[in-house]
Design a protein around this ligand. Structure first.
Ligand code: HQG
Length: 180
């Protein structure tokens, strides 16, 4: 069982469908690790255990997950779609520009509607072009949008940064997307 498979499974239950294994998440997204280990289904035939779980959290390139200081709980730091989670993120002034990676096939709709969070709670933005490229490539031919984030902030939009440095905003009106 690869760490990638475990990470995908954890993302699924900790961000999207905790109810599938009857896992309770609190408002900040925390789940009890012993409940998770007890209830998680075998991943490619292998049962998750604490050592595997802690290794995935530590090695995860995007630092998607976090263990509580007392070692008893785990959460996904961002990317939730489940409405039981309503995290309080650190509100921050963004840099002048941030990137959003998307797929070419979404561009005409984005040019009409701006960026919307779709299934997730926020639109995700990044400081890194490489990250934006990888994010966009998940849905097809990648296309990078540059967002005038400081202008947005000065117009009253609130920006948040998750513990793994992903930037979050509720939406991006089309007016703030740079024309290329
Ligand atoms: C697109 C991953 C048409 C949007 C990544 C995106 C990220 C529109 C897709 C995190 C639209 C939603 C989030 C509009 C937005 N018309 N398409 N008006 N507005 N879209 O997966 O940003 O690896 O929910 O461009 O790294 O791709 O899972 O969001 O293509 O940080 O940790 O609708 O997920 O993190 O897709 O990815 P998603 P995302 P992990």
């Amino acid at each position: 069982m690869s760490e990638k498979n475990i990470s995908k499974y954890l993302s699924f239950v900790l961000r999207h469908k905790p109810e599938i294994i009857d896992l309770k998440l609190d408002q900040e997204g925390w789940a009890c690790i012993s409940d998770l280990l007890e209830r998680s289904e075998p991943i490619h035939g292998v049962q998750l255990n604490r050592t595997l779980l802690l290794n995935v959290v530590k090695n995860n390139a995007k630092q998607r997950f976090q263990i509580s200081d007392d070692g008893l709980k785990i959460r996904a730091v961002q990317g939730h779609s489940t409405t039981t989670v309503d995290r309080k993120f650190l509100e921050k002034t963004p840099p002048a520009f941030l990137y959003h990676g998307t797929a070419e096939r979404f561009i005409s709709s984005i040019q009409n509607q701006g960026l919307i969070p779709k299934e997730r709670q926020y639109v995700h933005l990044s400081e890194s072009l490489d990250t934006a490229l990888a994010v966009g490539a998940r849905y097809g031919k990648p296309y990078i949008l540059t967002i005038r984030t400081l202008d947005m902030h000065q117009s009253g939009f609130k920006f948040y940064q998750a513990e793994n440095n992903v930037w979050l905003v509720e939406k991006v009106p089309k007016y703030f997307i740079e024309q290329s």
